[in-house]
Design a protein around this ligand. Structure first.
Ligand code: FNR
Length: 368
């Protein structure tokens, strides 16, 4: 039974035909040079237009915000034009798409930064055990331990807030229906939120409210740029990758959820950590998030059609996002509707490469 999962949902200005979201998925296949979305990327997203909402792969708001080679940006005119062909292709197939706006903070490397500069972070603390993905001077590509970051000056923070606002304006011009602020997975915004990665003494560090200030300033700036009803935010409380260990993960998430409610944003997207190795969220915490946030609440991480249906039936979730199942099944919604078997994703083609493992997973019709 998937009757609730496949039922319509109002999301900001959009009427979604179903509650199956495509999760943001980095695929490291942006056109080179310039990290520009290409025709191949447009084909990939258009194949997945059956999703209630597609959330794009994480997309850097500035060169400084990049931590992996070949990921797309949304800070140049060429990138904006590249994204326009993606959103046009999705819309032509009847779909809807949000842009996930990303600044990696300390999850980067001097090789990815202008003039070999240090990546930026709330505090000069290296993310132990974390990698960036780089193209080395000899042309080889691979993971390298992240570089030691430098702490942002207080006076630099408005400039990064503006990078997000500018990216939101570009996303709007590129035809995206919504934007999703990436405050999850141990990147810059979560580095400010988390107790172990933020040792600042200014108004962006110390108390929970101070640690959350940067995220809320980014959200406010994005709201000013395109309107609250076109904004979503992704958080990942209890995420433990990228050297994140937040002593106030739940309090912080609930504080943000209440602040987002006051601002009237369209949706809150909760990445559950279990897929990435962290602890499972408790039912009590999920329920508390439901009570704290008045908009559309989305969960993601390890769901099947059955468990997603149950989550929505319980009243806790309005929608569920699927990551790996969407990589391997462009027609995931049709397969759910028909109770059909799913193709299995091939992790060896998740990141980088071309059409293989990207646009060549068969639909049900093609498999027959
Ligand atoms: C991800 N995930 C992810 N999350 C995010 O917020 N932005 C991103 O760009 C990416 N990129 C990404 C790439 C790949 C290859 C994977 C597998 C995952 C996390 C993703 O959105 C989702 O939370 C997880 O995949 C768990 O959901 P599933 O796959 O169990 O449905």
């Amino acid at each position: 039974m998937t009757s609730r999962l496949l039922s319509p949902l109002d999301l900001g200005p959009l009427k979604l035909p179903n509650r199956v979201f495509m999760a943001p998925l980095t695929r490291a296949r942006a056109g080179q040079p310039g990290d520009v979305p290409s025709e191949l990327n447009a084909e990939y997203y258009a194949q997945r237009a059956g999703a209630g909402l597609i959330v794009s792969e994480a997309t850097q708001v500035s060169p400084q915000g990049q931590g992996y080679a070949w990921t797309p940006g949304i800070h140049s005119d060429a990138q904006e034009a590249g994204w326009k062909q993606v959103t046009d292709a999705v819309h032509a197939n009847g779909g809807r798409i949000a842009a996930q706006l990303w600044h990696v903070g300390r999850i980067s490397h001097t090789l990815l930064q202008a003039d070999g500069a240090a990546p930026v972070a709330p505090s000069a603390l290296v993310a132990e055990g974390a990698n960036a993905f780089v193209v080395r001077p000899d042309g080889s590509a691979g993971n390298e331990p992240t570089s030691m970051p430098r702490a942002l000056e207080t006076g630099e923070i408005p400039g990064i807030v503006e990078q997000f606002a500018q990216a939101a304006r570009r996303a709007d011009r590129a035809g995206f229906d919504l934007v999703e602020v990436h405050a999850a997975n141990g990147y810059l915004l979560q580095q400010f939120l988390s107790t172990n990665s933020n040792e600042r003494q200014d108004r962006y560090g110390g108390s929970l409210e101070n640690r959350a200030r940067f995220t809320l300033e980014v959200v406010d700036a994005v709201i000013d740029a395109i309107g609250a009803q076109r904004v979503g935010v992704r958080i990942s409380p209890h995420f433990t990758g990228h050297d994140i260990a937040d002593g106030q993960a739940e309090e912080s998430a609930l504080y943000l959820a209440r602040e987002f409610t006051r601002r009237g944003i369209a949706y809150l997207h909760v990445a559950e950590p279990d897929w990435a190795g962290g602890p499972e969220l408790s039912d009590e915490f999920r329920q508390a998030l439901r009570e704290a946030f008045a908009g559309v609440l989305v969960f993601c991480g390890g769901y099947t059609a059955e468990s997603a249906e149950a989550r929505i039936a319980s009243g806790v979730a309005d929608a569920v996002a699927f990551g790996r199942p969407f990589i391997a099944n462009p027609d995931l919604v049709t397969r759910f509707a028909e109770g059909a078997a799913l193709n299995k994703p091939d992790p060896s083609t998740f990141y980088g490469g071309g059409a293989h493992g990207y646009t060549d997973y068969p639909t049900l019709g093609q498999a027959e």
